[in-house]
Design a binder for this molecule. Structure first.
Ligand SMILES: Cc1ncc(COP(=O)(O)O)c(C=O)c1O
Length: 400
């Protein structure tokens, strides 16, 4: 096919009529700080995950950082305590552990799903292990049953980094509803996108109070929004007034505005269509690229799992093909790609975890070398999808 004259990205931004309407309502309300849209977005997100509490913050990273900080405070973890993490993930997953003065302990990932390999976790559990952070990568849930068994057996806490995976199910249960705290991102190119944004979910009231406080400079929960003194009088009002500047812990300024919440709410209300279209696009790509399975591993969907396809991951299976030759060819033809979240080969890792950090996790190492992804976002047209496939066809026919 002729080279297309615009770039097919790994994501795209669609602001629906409803999104525009909600944003205009925010402007008409003349209110940016935490208010009705933030509340509606949080409440609907919690409800869709059958979760009691939902706390908005300004990124998936901050959601994760306060999740770890909350568990550290509530469960009396000490500096240097250990959290199990996959050896393949976005750097933020481990940065938030380090920033809380805890130690990430890496476990290699599964060859097919690219998520943490449950069989390799138990060997890494020590007296200092306090929790497991699973990361549902690329839209596919982790294999939660064996992981939850370990959580129970060793009395650990579970944090779900679900920043890439919203509304994917594992055995009928949504990702984000397994963890003591689960975290999501609504950054650009994610399944729900608000520019910047994140959410933490929990069913534990004590954790919810700390999470909300941490987002707000460590404030006492009695006064977190300008509505919290409305309708109060006498002693009750005096109490709120006294606590407006009452800081109970060292916190962060991780709040978000009504504008992001308005955009998020509009997309959340349309989530079924969004997921349907992503899955349809992914299905088309999988069916059409199947003929090249000798060379490339296409996304696997584990039994009992649903995939939400934040992206379409591919791993080269043979030495006959260099990942970089294929991705360069695709990019030269206006098809954007990204490497598949390389972590253990990042320049700052060996300094902290030793020169052999990449070699110790061979499956992740192989993905660092051979993995990449392309987009499968909602608004890809039939023509764009066919074009993407035609460029794979051209590459494998001409160059292999
Ligand atoms: C697995 C994972 N965790 C955390 C994050 C951080 O989210 P944010 O960019 O909203 O801080 C990302 C971002 O893409 C991610 O992919």
């Amino acid at each position: 096919m002729e080279k297309i004259n615009h770039q097919i990205g790994v994501g795209s931004l669609i602001i629906s009529d409803k999104g525009r309407k909600y944003v205009n309502e925010v402007l008409d309300n003349n209110r940016l700080s935490y208010g009705p849209f933030c509340q509606k977005f949080e409440n609907l997100f919690a409800k869709l995950h059958q979760c009691k509490y939902s706390i908005l913050s300004n990124s998936g990273t901050s959601a994760l950082e306060i999740a770890v900080a909350t568990l550290k405070e509530a469960e009396n973890w000490k500096d240097g305590d250990e959290i199990i993490v996959p050896a393949l993930t976005f750097v933020a997953s481990i940065n938030v552990i380090l920033q809380n003065n805890l130690k990430p302990v890496f476990v290699d990932v599964d060859k097919k799903t690219y998520n943490i390999d449950p069989k390799k976790i138990e060997d890494k559990i020590t007296e200092k292990t306090k929790g497991i952070m699973v990361v549902h990568l690329f839209g596919h849930p982790c294999d939660m049953d064996p992981i939850m068994e370990l959580v129970k057996k060793y009395n650990l806490k579970m944090i779900e980094d679900s920043c890439e995976t919203i509304f994917a199910k594992y055995k009928g249960k949504s990702v984000g509803s397994f963890g003591d705290i689960s975290c999501f991102s609504t950054y650009a190119c994610h399944i729900i996108q608000t520019g910047v944004g994140g959410l933490s979910l929990t069913n534990n009231e004590k954790y919810a109070v700390i999470l909300r406080s941490l987002v707000n400079h460590g404030r006492n929960n009695i006064y977190l929004s300008m509505d919290d003194d409305k309708g109060k009088r006498d002693k009750e009002l005096k109490m709120v007034m006294d606590k407006r500047f009452s800081f109970e812990r060292r916190g962060y300024s991780y709040r978000i505005t009504e504008l992001e919440a308005a955009l998020g709410l509009a997309q959340l209300e349309d989530i079924e269509n969004i997921m349907k279209q992503r899955r349809k696009n992914a299905q088309f790509l999988s069916n059409s690229l199947k003929k090249w399975e000798e060379y490339i591993q296409l996304p696997t969907i584990m039994d009992g799992a649903e995939h939400s396809f934040m992206m379409f991951p591919i791993v080269i299976k043979t030495d006959k093909i260099k990942r970089d030759a294929l991705t360069l060819f695709l990019e030269e033809n206006n098809i954007e790609t990204r490497h598949m979240l390389p972590l253990t080969n990042q320049p700052y890792l060996p300094k902290l975890f030793g020169e052999d950090i990449e070699d110790k996790h061979p499956v992740a190492k192989n993905i660092n070398k051979n993995g990449f992804y392309i987009g499968c976002q909602v608004d890809l047209t039939e023509e764009e999808l066919a074009y993407m496939v035609s460029k794979f066809d051209e590459f494998f026919t001409k160059f292999v």
